[in-house]
Design a binder for this molecule. Sequence first.
Ligand SMILES: [Zn+2]
Length: 441
Amino acid sequence: VKWHARAALVDGVEGVAEDVLLETEGDRLVRVTAGVMRPADATPLNGFTIPGLANAHSHAFHRALRGQAQAPGDFWEWRRRMYELAARLDPDRYYALARACFAEMVVAGVTAVGEFHYLHHGPGGVRYDDPNAMGHAVIAAAAEAGVRLTLLDSCYLRSGFDSEPLDPVQQRFSDGDADAWAARVEALEARDQLLIGAAIHSVRAVDPKGMEKVARAARGRRLHLHLSEQPAEVSGCLAATGRTPAQLAADVGALARTTTAVHATHVTNGDLALLAASGTGVCLCPTTERDLGDGIGPAVRLAAAGVALSLGSDSQAVVDLFEEARAVELDERLAHGRRGLLPPAFLLGAATAAGSDALGWGTGQLAPGGLADFTTIGLGSVRLAGARTADLVTHAVYAAAAPDVSDVVVGGRVVVRDGCHVTIPDVPAALAAALRALEDR
Ligand SMILES: [Zn+2]
């Protein structure tokens, strides 16, 4: 199958290549050739084609909090509202909401998503007939939406460092112990466009012994964990263990080349050194971090230490990877009083290649042998009108928005054409229906 991109970001080509022929076989790219006229049998991609956007950190059900949780308070008050929502979900509602939310991502150019999944069980922690009913709902939702999924099944065992009992909503997150978590996850099978990864919810929610077990069980898979999102998590961890969350994660063997730490907002230089030395990547979620008042992700320090940075929409306050990419730099400008701290190509790489790697899908480049996952940014909107080819990477990062995405191909299959999802033609209606269903208790 042939595609012809007017402009594209091609592996090994400096800057933006023009007139690029992308040839696919099955789910892979087999040839990528710049500077050729469009053959008659090639589908035109009018705009700027980039490797598929990778959303490395998502909680699909948080989509229902958008516009509903803008109230005074801190992170912990927001979490109370999130728990109220979680209490209303069952596998059917979860499926409908995740399907619509993933479709929103797909039309925003996302080709791969990492769903950090922790709502496993029924009310009061009662097991569904299928103990993975919720995970299977997420898997079915992603397949319907046409997005590649890494299901990061999260272990969650305790309410915090003080070992108070789990509240009723948290009981839905818990498998009881790490062995039971591992046994349940073992029953989930990877397939086409699906990888099963593991997650430690946080150093709050899993005790050190449990973390060690999860890290061991996760070998050969991607492992993600929330790390140092809130100052209270860091101080609580220090008080309980004498170690920072990153030190604790390192000591239990949870930091590795295949690990992604999500947030890493409040990290010491020692923490940075541990992340860098282990090859652990960091996923920043700046639109969520600003929404929750978490703090500014230390992207400049992380990048300087050589830590790979990926991006995530996390709470779905915003689903727009271009916005995440520029927010990484713009938030740091506010903190540093300087501009141009991270190059646009680096930021676009965080939204594409680094995310693909963090989710276990490979290099995320337009190159022979790579996955045929790509996203075309249309250049016809008021935001991008007049953009010159040489400046397209900068425009993508600083001016593009999710509605500019015109075409999305995942594994060689068209999922978005001319801005429309090909199998879910009315994504807003799907979202509205899924959200309305949650209003009945
Ligand atoms: Zn999260």
